[in-house]
Design a protein around this ligand. Structure first.
Ligand code: PLP
Length: 497
């Protein structure tokens, strides 16, 4: 399996190369030259496999320059039961009639980014060896919260790598801050930035574009790389859990083998839901993929009208990981929907960069709407949903998952579709205890002690906080340094000596 760029002007490359580079040379994203297709009997067979074997089978179809044993060893290291709290990294819970919830947050940071970021470092390291790269990889991350911690956990103590994370010192939740400050590992480096997330992100982008920094680091034996969600190595692990969810629904007697299901996905950068689209094209029986947005509803408008327009107000919502106006992975869907025409995709992306919007042709929109339905959910509806699902179904949703749940309800009201549907749950409710408590009608003080909030949520909901979050309280703070955004380059040079 080889990889091409969505802009059509870069060389065709191996999966190891695509993973080690992240972005294609023409500015596009790497996509497989053609998607592998599975027969119904292959998919039926999957329900008999443990998650790691299923992942080995599916990933091997895409990572053909890795041996099956290499893939198996990467997957086994990534999804160790000690890390994912049991043998099933992504359990499907029957939460309501015709409705399952796929819990993707049993990993070390209690958010779904672990599903990919636990695996990526292993794939990246193997890629480096295959390509004969002598240098160590230095991963730079700017984070508004979840990604930074998941990257730290994924890369901690992985040989041949250093990981450097920058976060806005006053711009993440207290729990998220504590998660990063306490990160262990001989190769991890964490800096708070005086400024907001955009300052941190701008700083990291500048460092990536700085030729003389690259040369200096090269002499010191390092090459910079990124762990963000446009890397193929982050996308491909996500395809696996769609197959796993389907197999679990069949085993639970909720779906007859071969019959279609829907998936509702809380969407930001369009990575998670795109993996579902690829699973569908591979042959998994999926009727509809429901793209759920919060008040930052640029994708809802796009799927409804064919016009992508980022010139709009930006809202800070209680589902912050979906507060995004430019969804990078959408480019991969566009490439597919317009018949893999790189020139056409380049045209859209140039319009977006220059004028902030583009419009796709009617036939292309129809193509997209055959697979996707979109809905958005405001803050009041999100709170109502958390409260209602708790009282009617005794199931506690986090704020992101609540958006997807409500989008599914909207879809059902509009279509009368009773197909079994799976809501992807992307975070533990305990990652956002203040918002969830407020939704349940409890008073919370802003800036309250996060561990007191965990306790309070335990009492209010009758559920238990993940041990990994509660344990943060006892862990020593290892990273206290706060720097100016202008000091990021110096910090990198100090770390990579
Ligand atoms: C990143 C994230 C999302 C959005 O996923 P995308 O792949 O960017 O669409 C949703 N929920 C949570 C909790 C996340 O961390």
């Amino acid at each position: 399996m080889l990889y091409v760029s969505t802009r059509g002007k870069a060389d065709i490359v191996s999966s190891a190369y695509a993973i080690s580079r992240g972005l294609a040379a023409d500015g596009g994203l790497f996509v497989p030259q053609q998607l592998p297709s599975l027969r119904p009997e292959d998919i039926e067979e999957f329900s008999r496999l443990p998650y790691t074997e299923l992942a080995t089978e599916i990933l091997s179809l895409y990572l053909t320059d890795y041996t099956k044993d290499e893939v198996r060893s990467a997957v086994t290291a990534a999804y160790r039961p000690q890390k994912f709290g049991g043998a099933r990294p992504a359990p499907l819970v029957q939460a309501a009639p015709h409705t399952g919830v796929l819990e993707l947050w049993h990993g070390p940071t209690c958010a779904f980014k672990d599903m990919a970021l636990q695996l990526l470092p292993h794939l990246l390291n193997m890629a480096r060896k295959k390509l004969g790269q002598e240098q160590k990889v230095a991963i730079l991350v700017a984070t508004s919260g979840d990604t930074g911690k998941a990257a730290l956990e994924g890369f901690a103590d992985v040989e041949g790598t250093e990981i450097i994370v920058f976060y806005p010192a006053e711009g993440v939740s207290l729990l998220q801050k504590r998660q990063m400050e306490t990160q262990k590992g001989s190769n991890v480096h964490v800096f708070g930035i005086r400024g907001n997330f955009d300052d941190a992100q701008r700083g990291v982008k500048q460092l990536f574009g700085d030729r003389s920094l690259a040369e200096t680091l090269n002499e010191r034996g390092y090459v910079l790389s990124s762990a963000n969600s446009i890397n193929w190595g982050r996308l491909v692990p996500q395809i696996v859990y769609y197959f796993s969810a389907y197999a679990q629904a069949v085993l639970a007697g909720q779906v007859k083998q071969g019959r279609p299901v829907n998936f509702a996905v809380p969407t930001g950068n369009f990575g998670d839901i795109l993996a579902g689209y690829y699973a569908k094209l591979m042959g998994l029986p999926i009727a509809r993929l429901l793209c759920a947005s919060n008040s930052n509803n640029v994708l809802t408008d796009f799927i409804d009208t064919g016009i992508y327009d980022k010139k709009r107000d930006f809202y800070r919502t209680m589902s912050p990981s979906m507060d995004i106006l430019v969804s990078s992975n959408l480019e991969r869907l566009l490439f597919d929907a317009c018949g893999r025409n790189g020139e056409q995709v380049t045209g859209y992306m140039e319009k977006l960069a220059a004028g902030g919007s583009y419009q796709i042709e009617r036939e292309i929109l129809q193509q997209i709407r055959r697979h996707f339905f979109a809905a958005w959910v405001d803050e009041v509806e999100t709170e109502e949903t958390i409260d209602k699902v708790k009282s009617e179904h005794a199931y506690l949703l986090d704020t992101h998952t609540a958006v997807a749940w409500r989008a599914l309800e909207k879809y059902r009201i509009l279509t009368d579709d009773t197909t079994y549907s799976i809501v992807l749950s992307t975070a533990s409710p305990y990652k956002f205890p203040d918002s969830v408590l407020r939704a349940l009608g409890e008073d919370t003080e802003p800036q309250a002690d996060p561990f007191a909030l965990l306790k309070k949520l335990e009492e209010a909901s009758g559920t238990a906080a993940p041990a990994k979050l509660a344990a943060l309280r006892e862990l020593p703070v290892l990273h206290k340094e706060v720097i100016d955004a202008q000091g990021m380059e110096e910090a990198v040079l100090n770390v990579l000596r």
